[in-house]
Design a protein around this ligand. Structure first.
Ligand code: G3P
Ligand code: CA
Length: 246
């Protein structure tokens, strides 16, 4: 089965990591959604790729200085287009409600929290709590670039499938020991520089292999022909219907 992950939602059609971007997934037949999560000062888990507001909202500053009440004044859509003016920066709870409504499958990427370990533990706790509301029909995969945070998540939630994330530069000879230490089921690797031999080695060790971020259809085809299980894409709507459902 070849999986297309809607990377940060349908992020070419709507502002990334917003409810609007996730809401479009069923319409385009993408049943798997990738989402980035981090945590506010008061422990509220929110959906955001960056740890600052600067790139994708109408505000600036660190997420770690905010509380739930501050979310009311944040516009995470107007930077993308007029149709999205007033789009909120979602909480993880709102995200899970949407996922349940559409019966989506999810890859939750726990961001490698830059505010320290105490904050990271708050994030892990918040994600585990939020996931208690996930309906039993949804498949779930949790990933992180920080293997210490991922191992801690897996220790607290041993029945959840997890994936170690690597960038091209961090994918070294020790990748296997990192996956084993995390008790991971999957490896998520950067597209750039990935070779057929590397994919075969990962598959040989029994791991699901998912590749980010693949917006080129020929490259996606090549990766799938090498045995890759899934690709993260911003342009799922451009892929042939055989990759999509419904
Ligand atoms: O999880 C795959 C991919 O999303 C990781 O990179 O920076 O887009 O979160 P990034
Ligand atoms: Ca991500």
């Amino acid at each position: 089965m070849k999986t297309l992950f809607a990377h940060r939602g349908m992020s070419a059609l709507a502002p990334e990591n917003t409810l609007a971007a996730f809401n479009l997934c069923p319409e385009y037949g993408l049943s798997w959604v990738e989402v980035d999560v981090d945590v506010l000062a008061d422990g509220t888990v929110v959906v955001s790729h960056d740890d600052t507001l600067d790139r994708c909202t109408n505000r600036t500053g660190s997420l770690y200085d905010l509380t739930f009440e501050d979310l009311q004044d944040i516009d995470a859509g107007s930077w993308f287009g007029d149709d999205f003016i007033g789009e909120p920066l979602p909480t993880f709870t709102q995200f899970i409600e949407l996922v349940n409504k559409h019966k989506l499958n999810i890859n939750v990427e726990i961001k490698s929290c830059t505010a320290g370990w105490e904050h990271t533990e708050k994030l892990i706790d918040g994600v585990i709590n939020g996931l208690k509301k996930l309906n039993r029909y949804s498949d779930l995969l949790v990933s992180c670039f920080n293997p210490l945070a991922l191992a801690e998540f897996k220790r607290r939630s041993p029945n959840t499938a997890v994936a170690c994330l690597f960038e091209k530069e961090t994918l070294q000879q020790d990748w296997l020991s990192i996956l084993q230490a995390c008790h991971a089921e999957a490896i998520h690797v950067e597209n750039d520089g990935l070779t057929k031999e590397m994919v075969h080695e990962m598959k040989h060790h029994g791991y699901a292999v998912n590749v980010y971020t693949v917006n080129d259809l020929a490259r996606a085809n090549q990766l799938f022909n090498w045995g890759v299980d899934g690709v993260f894409t911003d342009v799922g709507h451009l892929f042939p219907s055989r990759y999509r459902h419904g």
